[in-house]
Design a protein around this ligand. Sequence first.
Ligand code: UD1
Ligand code: CA
Length: 480
Amino acid sequence: MVSDSPPSPSIVILAAGLGKRMFSTLPKVLIPVCGRPMLFQILDRISEVSPRSRVAMVVGHQKDLVIERIREQGYPFPVSFVEQAEQKGTGHAVKCAMDAEWGKVAVDRKETVLVLPGDLPLMTPELLREMLEPLKRGTAMRVLTAVLSDPFGYGRIVRKGKKGGLLRIVEEKDATPREKLIQEVGVSIYSFQAQFLATGVSQLKNQNAQKEYYLTDLVASAVSKKRTIETRIWESPEDVRGVNNPFELSLAAEILNARVVKKHALNGVRFMDLKSCRIDPLVEIERDVIVYPGVVLEGRTRIGSATVVGPNVHLKNMTIGAGCEVKTGTVGEDSKVGDQVKLGPYAHLRPGSEVKNGAKIGNFVELKKSSIGEGSSIAHLSYVGDAEVGARVNIGCGFVTCNYDGREINGSRKHKTVIEDDVFVGSDCQAVAPVTLKRGSFIASGSTITETVEAESLAIARARQVNKPGYAKKLKPKGS
Ligand code: UD1
Ligand code: CA
């Protein structure tokens, strides 16, 4: 069956640059803004708005890494990677895409081609939707502009008279002092008629301050060919902020964070302080949650309803259930917490841990790759690593699983502690792993457990106390 609706416009993303001004070993487009690489944020918007677009990505600098990271994400649309071996400018980058099979298809199908830079993490779905509208017949290109209070670094829009049609875009480095005063800038987002684009990029010259082939020169080229240019001024300059250096990266992160916080606040999350929390874009928070100042929620963290997240809590890829209390300074990563759990203050959940419903992990307790059963309590100053702790277990203050001694057992250098349901461990005990404390057993305070404790038994592994009446006097210096 042949569909007669026009094909969704195709999209070229420019991601070959090194991003010299970032001073990073990562290629610029993979640098995270609010925890998510800027390039993914563009692809996220595309999958929201136009998941059926054909996408070409121009890669060059550290291309293998860029390609691998994108493949891992599994976007719903196919991405054709096009190599730009040497970075000779934005016009040359687009030429690489148009010369490739991907570009030939675009020309054959008379597609509208949207060009996006890879460093636009704040682009909104609304903006993308507008720029994806197919061009009117006869229009060669659509240019998106914005008016900035500080246009430094951007290509300036030169118009015929004050409000006339576009004449050209002049780059910062090529602009005269007069042109530098222009506040209307090009934001590196355009829609092109495919044929105009393919021909245009093959005719570009690099006679400019940077000896680069500028995509922006296609404006002057359309003017000289007497082709129609549509311009749109984008009214929220924030959305089109490019990221070229760490300062601009921080500004973009601040804006993105404010948007994320606002979204949650309108969905029923009560922030004590809107400004001091950092919430990554993929974090999910249910309603009736209270978030205290200084909270950092990263990655794919999820917080269940009516949970209270205390001051300076830092969670990454954590799932927290409903009705929990996560108290001051608690840190958690790659772990799962059930409902009605109390954590902290200053608890530390290292990767691979699970705390089940109604359990309590108190102050200065560190968990690593351990599961803690329903209703169990480890309330003070303990280290529990590579352990399986059952339900209703009570662990007193200062318990340590001694899970590492350098030996390798069954291919692992970390040994397991199993504490079955209803065990009671007194204060200041150690479990030297591998070891099992069976169901309902009772460990006396101060014990160092090295062997299996049988169910319902009492284990005491410490020297007995000896009292010597009157002996204290002998130990004290004479006359005292
Ligand atoms: C570009 C525009 C400028 C605009 C600004 C908006 C040009 C010549 N200038 O400048 O008018 O105001 O964006 O943010 O287009 N890239 C490649 N291959 C290259 C060069 C760049 O793939 O050879 C990619 C980069 O990875 C980046 C994007 O193109 O994602 C933009 O390049 P960048 O160097 O950041 O251009 P700007 O100087 O910001
Ligand atoms: Ca840029």
